[in-house]
Design a protein around this ligand. Structure first.
Ligand SMILES: [Zn+2]
Ligand SMILES: [Zn+2]
Length: 344
């Protein structure tokens, strides 16, 4: 079978690898779709820790092709989505219920072979069923949605709250929808890209802002701004220094900033501690998807979250590797890899 391999940091190839055989407690999944995420580009460039050589792809779903020995709960023909993050269950963090902070956390598609391949191995502990009548492309959104759900949970959005979302990529556009479902009545999405602003308004943003058109902090928090005094919750979903720096200044006093965007490891941003203290801002990091994957799968399966407009392109493995090697194209939201040689 074919797979996109990270051979070493900076080296990506598409090539033939052995079709895996599921062991005890494992499923063999024929991959139907696997999303290319900014994290894949960070991994390639050594800006996010990984253990090559490895098959990348941590946002996938597919059909169970074979079930390993002594494996219950799943059967051949089921559609499943992968929660890629495997916690050890034994370390002090796991035993305190913070499985996402596991001291021995491993991720499928980062530390062990993932979904940019015709087939992938999925431990049953990481598998969640999806309905067979779901569009097979939509299953690839469960993982990013589960990560957004964790951030929205941490923000504790109250009904009627105001929210700013910085960044109009897949994370920002999912957070807009989740914030509305959580009860926010004013949701402002900020991005330079006009197409993404239009899409955000279609998906539930009550207003959008082009940060290139003026001073974005004043345009939101100023007396004549969209949310005078600032937002109850600000989600940083762009993962760039400028928006991280802006995020606390867009929150109202007593408000919450949630960092969901992934900045390159080692990069720093100047923050004013006096402002955090004096205005009692909560500055929260949200990492991956502890216990949120089932709800994410249900939200996708029910259609409560609209993911169809987030699909920019569907490509095969070769073009997928090319896409990972280059920055996302302007206007591009999600590129999905559908392995081409998935012959039954
Ligand atoms: Zn991802
Ligand atoms: Zn652990």
């Amino acid at each position: 079978m074919q797979a996109i391999r990270l051979d070493a940091i900076g080296q990506l190839s598409v090539g033939e690898v052995a079709k895996p055989v599921p062991g005890s407690g494992e499923l063999l999944v024929r991959v139907e779709s696997c999303g290319i995420c900014g994290t894949d580009r960070h991994i390639l460039h050594g800006e996010f820790p990984s253990t090559p050589p490895v098959t990348l792809g941590h946002e996938f779903s597919g059909i169970v092709e074979a079930v390993g020995p002594d494996t219950s709960g799943f059967s051949v023909g089921m559609r499943v989505t992968c929660d890629p993050n495997i916690s050890c269950g034994l370390c002090s963090q796991c035993r305190s219920g913070r499985v996402n902070l596991c001291e021995r956390l491993q991720a499928i598609g980062i530390h062990r072979d993932g979904g940019f391949a015709d087939y992938a191995i999925l431990p049953v502990t990481q598998a969640f069923e999806l309905p067979l009548d779901l569009d097979p492309l939509h299953g690839a959104f469960c993982e990013p949605l589960a990560c957004c759900l964790h951030g929205v949970d941490m923000a504790k959005i109250e009904t009627g709250a105001s929210v700013v979302v910085l960044g109009g990529g897949v994370i920002g556009l999912l957070v807009v929808q989740l914030a509305r479902l959580a009860g926010a009545t004013r949701v402002v999405l900020v991005t330079r890209q006009a197409e993404k602003r239009a899409l955000a308004e279609r998906l539930g943003a009550t207003a959008t802002l082009d940060p290139g058109a003026g001073e974005p902090i004043a345009a939101i928090c100023g007396p004549d701004g969209l949310l005078p005094g600032g937002a109850d919750v600000v989600f940083e979903c762009a993962g760039v220094a400028e928006t991280v720096r802006q995020s606390p200044r867009m929150a109202k006093s007593g408000g919450t900033v949630v960092i969901l965007g992934v900045m390159p490891q080692g990069e720093t941003v100047a923050i004013e501690p006096f402002d955090l203290l004096f205005r009692e801002l909560k500055f929260i990091g949200s990492f991956i998807n502890p216990f949120t994957h089932r709800r994410a799968a249900d939200l996708i399966a029910s259609g409560a979250i609209d993911v169809a407009p987030l699909i920019s392109r569907v490509v095969g493995l070769d073009e997928g590797a090319q896409s990972i090697r280059h920055p996302a194209r302007p206007g591009e939201i999600r590129v999905l890899v559908v392995p081409q040689s998935t012959a039954p």
